[in-house]
Design a protein around this ligand. Structure first.
Ligand code: NDP
Ligand code: HSE
Length: 442
């Protein structure tokens, strides 16, 4: 019996980038060629690979050296139907993607920095050219969270998203808290394992997680927004003292990217280190794993969990996108459904000062009579109720400063900041308090 697939037109693929992710994509396309042909009804053929260092790519053993080059215009030819962009960066990648779309090629990308900066304009161009952009790998590595928000949960009005979206940061925090390793050791290891961005400051500053949140929130809430709309703090300013106090109080620290409906058509957006109760699901996410907690009006709470970075998990998402394009359903959904951010109104990010939450404060307080009392008075005057207070027994008396930790009940963040500004001016207090959100929403 003749092979039915031999009659169908193969899908020609051009790949930009053969690093951690691109290498994984090439490997999967080789290893699973038969399986993919069966699943899509057509063969998937990797026909061109574009990199900067051609020699290195030719010697990698990952692809046929004959298809490797350094000229991206080679992807405009008729032999390429889909361009996979896994090179990274923003400006050059934008040029590559624009060229591909303009030449009528579908694009699959893992590049969250690109989409968080220019997504709506690129989606618009794709629509104009009658092609699609698929981007599952841009958020959450191997977790199909983009597909889940776009399709699986599309019946819901989403109320909140709470994500651990950066594998590098979560790996560093896990290694430091569970294995006692230093920040520098853990970061070096994350780089060696292929989790970190080429510029790792994007990871540790929180920018990468903020970019991913912008993409996911635009899908979940049906708005258009950029990474710059997300106020962002990273783990690079986190003090181990707070990690230790949090542990004592029953919390783990996680870099949390959060988007919350303010109930009035606006969104509270933030990416910052937060305390998560140790028995919460998000606290069980360790190493380079990611998780996205979604709160929908009908479904309630859904938690998506899986490997958030690295070769296999990210290539899994890229290749799944490719197969969805190959089968034809994704380009149709892209064209026909009102899901993509180019069709959405701009988001209305609200000042986080108006958001309500619980908080942790650490103050450096002079060990003299009345010091603690003045602090609690100021908090009370701002309508902030204490949930717990902790001061370790002093080893000596006198003028020394000692750490005092306070946790609050839910309060308005702006009221807390106003109280902290007054507290920082007290003679009995040295410097501004450290403030961390306590995430009790999920
Ligand atoms: P790598 O640095 O490992 O690989 C990048 C590849 O792209 C290299 O082959 C490099 O070629 C090539 N490249 C870089 N710039 C250019 C250019 N201007 N023109 C042509 N080729 C270029 O990066 P990753 O594979 O880790 O990441 C790729 C993308 O995937 C990024 O957008 C990243 O944010 C995203 N991503 C990465 C994840 C991960 O876990 N690593 C997870 C999810 C997304 P050469 O070696 O010759 O310089
Ligand atoms: N650098 C990113 C991370 C890669 O660590 O999460 C996955 O997007």
């Amino acid at each position: 019996m003749p092979d039915p697939l031999s009659q169908s037109t193969p899908l020609g693929v051009g790949l930009i980038g053969l690093g951690t992710v691109g290498g994984g994509v090439a490997q999967m396309l080789t290893e699973h060629a038969g399986l993919y042909a069966k699943r899509c009804g057509r063969r998937i053929e990797l026909r061109r690979v574009v990199v900067r260092n051609v020699d290195k790519a030719k010697k990698s053993g990952l692809v046929d050296p004959g298809i490797v080059g350094d000229d991206v215009s080679a992807l405009r030819g008729d032999d390429v139907d889909v361009v996979i962009e896994v090179a990274g960066g923003v400006d050059t990648a934008k040029g590559y993607v624009e060229q591909a779309l303009s030449a009528g090629k579908h694009v699959v990308t893992a590049n969250k920095a690109l989409l968080a900066a220019h997504g709506p304009a690129l989606f618009k161009l794709a629509r104009l050219k009658g092609v699609s952009i698929a981007f599952e790998a841009s958020c959450g590595g191997g977790i199909p969270c983009v597909t889940a928000l776009q399709f699986g949960l599309m019946s819901n009005a989403v109320r909140g998203l709470y994500g651990i979206l950066n594998g590098t940061c979560n790996y560093i925090l896990t290694e430091m808290t569970q294995k006692g390793r230093t920040y520098a050791e853990a970061l070096a290891d994350a780089k060696a394992k292929g989790y970190a961005e080429a510029d790792e400051t994007l990871d540790v500053s929180g920018a990468d997680a903020a970019q991913k949140l912008a993409i996911l929130a635009s899908l979940a809430f049906g708005v258009s927004l950029t990474g710059d709309d997300v106020p962002c703090e990273g783990i690079d300013t986190l003090d181990l003292t707070d990690v230790t106090f949090g542990d004592e109080l029953g919390y783990d620290v996680k870099l949390i990217a959060a988007a919350e409906d303010d109930g009035r058509g606006g969104l509270f957006l933030s990416t910052r280190p937060c305390f998560v109760p140790k028995d919460a699901q998000l606290a069980q996410v360790h190493g380079a794993f990611n998780a996205l907690s979604v709160v929908g009006d009908a479904v309630g709470h859904v938690m998506l969990y899986g490997a958030g970075a690295g070769r296999g998990p990210t290539a899994s998402a890229v290749v799944s996108d490719l197969l969805n394009v190959a089968s034809g359903w994704y380009p149709k959904a892209f064209a026909d459904m009102g899901l993509m951010p180019d069709l959405h109104e701009p988001a209305t990010p609200q000042p986080t000062d108006d958001a309500q939450s619980r908080f942790y404060l650490r103050l450096s307080v002079r060990d003299v009579p009345g010091g603690f009392g003045r602090i609690t008075t100021i908090l009370g005057e701002h309508g902030i109720s204490l949930s717990a207070a902790l001061q370790h027994e002093a080893t000596h008396t006198g003028d020394d400063f000692v750490p005092v930790v306070i946790t609050t009940h839910r309060c308005r963040q702006g009221d807390l900041h106003a109280a902290c500004a007054m507290i920082a001016n007290l003679d009995a207090v040295s410097g501004p308090p450290v403030v961390l959100r306590i995430l009790d929403a999920t």
